[in-house]
Design a protein around this ligand. Structure first.
Ligand code: BG6
Length: 504
């Protein structure tokens, strides 16, 4: 992501320079669903170098043709066409066991071949789309093979997927381990939420418009709600999810990403360091939850059998590869404070859950009410507070709610809304969100990737809860699949006189 000068005509980005992208975990879901379709989109937009290759790496004993056939099967909607043929002609496959050094020698040979055949110039982007327990091992072995050495103007980078650790201690350990092998500027820690245009737009909304900043603080904002609601359950990821839970899976990364972009001070530039310094400051200003707050200000819950889209849906404990007596949460809601000059006294409520009634990711800024009710005697659907809704998905729009007079001889007041929809201005793009991230990693722009410090700051915020929730008998609320979540989450807001925005 780089800041254009904004005369309205967006400058066409240049294709990335020559490089090979090496995907560890090439047979996995992420590669099929997101990485390869993103590469296809980049190829179609002319944003990949002519001197480009993709090396898929996985344990499965596949030949190149089989790998290509698998890739084509995984992208049914783009089976044919010049861009897919172009991409396929650059696909290669190396079979290796992640923990067996000999395979890395074969990979090095394949990369030298790619340099000769495709002109990839010795620039390598290693993408770790593996299970997290291999992140360090693969990096160490790449290092031992000399594949991370940046000499003679060649660059070597590693993209590390989430989950980055499973608590503060393990994240620190992983950061330390990576720093022994690679420079910080070589490590690209991904949070795919930052690949979403609507998430990046929070920065533009706040800092490229003069009207919001003056009211973006405790004097005008009453509270903030951040929601990431999903209708999907755990699908085939029960084995991973049952050891992870909603708190680890979503909060230190995606939800805190949204929170910090919403709450941060203006950075001095769009450089990765300037942006993340401000984000880290926000996280540092969140007072650690004490034992009492862990009970009062956080809710954990799990979905039970219910109904969605008119059909029955099994409860979490009935999902494949989930323990039948699992206590893992699939929903979490929290009230957080940000103790700094801008936000002191403004509660930030965050919630996320699976199998909820609607898919809905949004940030809502609720402003303080007008000081006087001049319209006391009017027939009023009481002017609720002004709200700025930043809808991130599936709808991509920003709306402002305010009160208006209903036309007619009497003074009747009703809430109405002004709305900007992305698709009205920019059309609807069929993007996965990974395009920008892959492109940025290839051009060496780390603004949308997390530095180690930011990851650790995120874990620090949830660490007290992780510890509290490990205690036996920690309450676990239940909610039926297809509902808006547990009653306990409603109570969390009602105690402060608020309601969650309806999920729709
Ligand atoms: C992933 C989580 O990081 O984000 C998943 O592991 C979750 O459990 C997903 O479903 C949500 O992403 P998105 O882009 O669909 O909101």
């Amino acid at each position: 992501m780089s800041a254009g000068d904004g005369d309205g005509a967006s400058p066409k980005p240049r294709p990335a320079g020559p490089c090979a992208l090496i995907i560890f975990g090439a047979a996995g879901d992420l590669t099929r669903r997101l990485l390869l379709p993103s590469l296809y989109n980049l190829a179609r937009e002319g944003l990949l170098s002519e001197r480009f290759a993709v090396i898929g790496v996985a344990r499965a004993p596949l030949g190149r043709d089989e790998f290509i056939a698998q890739v084509r099967r995984g992208m049914p909607e783009v089976k044919t066409g010049a861009a897919v043929d172009w991409l396929v002609s650059r696909l290669h496959y190396v079979q290796l066991d992640f923990n067996e050094q000999a395979g890395y020698g074969r990979l090095a040979t394949e990369l030298e071949d790619a340099d000769r055949t495709h002109g990839t110039a010795g620039n390598y982007l290693f993408y770790l789309a593996t299970a997290p327990e291999y992140f360090l091992e693969v990096t160490e072995r790449l290092g031992s093979e000399g594949l991370l050495n940046q000499t003679n103007g060649r660059w070597r980078r590693i993209v590390v997927e989430k989950p980055f650790g499973h608590n503060l201690g393990s994240a620190r350990e992983l950061n330390r381990g990576l720093s022994r092998i690679a420079g910080e500027e070589q490590v690209y820690r991904i949070d795919h939420y930052l690949g979403k245009e609507t998430v990046q737009n929070i920065l533009v909304l706040r800092f490229a418009n003069g009207i919001f900043e003056p009211v973006w603080n405790r004097r005008y904002v009453e509270h903030v709600q951040i929601t990431v609601a999903e209708t999907v359950g755990v699908e085939l990821r029960g084995g991973y999810y049952d050891h992870t839970g909603a708190l680890r899976d979503m909060v230190p990364n995606h939800l805190l990403q949204l929170l910090t972009l919403t709450a941060m001070e203006p950075p001095s530039s769009f450089s990765p360091a300037a942006l993340q310094n401000e984000q880290v400051k926000v996280l540092g200003a969140i007072p650690p939850l004490g034992a009492r707050e862990c009970g009062l200000c956080a809710v954990r819950a799990q979905y039970t059998t219910g109904a969605l889209d008119g059909g029955p849906v099994p409860g979490y404990r009935e999902e494949p590869r989930v323990a039948p007596d699992s206590e893992t949460e699939t929903y979490v809601a929290m009230k957080l404070a940000i103790d700094n000059w801008r936000w002191a006294g403004v509660p930030f409520y965050i919630r996320t859950g699976k199998r909820l009634t609607a898919r809905n990711t949004e940030v809502v800024i609720q402003f303080r009410k007008a000081p006087l009710t001049l319209f006391r005697t009017a027939s009023v659907t009481l002017p609720s507070a002004n709200r700025l809704h930043i809808h991130i998905q599936p709808e991509e729009n920003i709306s402002l709610q305010f009160a208006a007079k209903v036309p007619g001889p009497t003074v009747t007041v009703r809430p109405v809304e002004m709305r900007f929809c992305y698709r009205d201005y920019f059309g609807r793009e069929n993007r996965t969100g990974y395009e920008t991230l892959l492109y940025d990693a290839m051009i060496g722009d780390a603004s949308l990737f997390k530095r180690g410090e930011m990851i650790e700051a995120g874990w620090s915020v949830v660490e007290p809860l992780l510890q509290a929730w490990e205690q036996p008998l920690t309450p676990l609320s239940l909610y039926p699949a297809g509902s808006a979540g547990p009653e306990a989450a409603n109570q969390l807001l009602r105690r402060d006189g608020y309601e969650w925005m309806p999920l729709k």
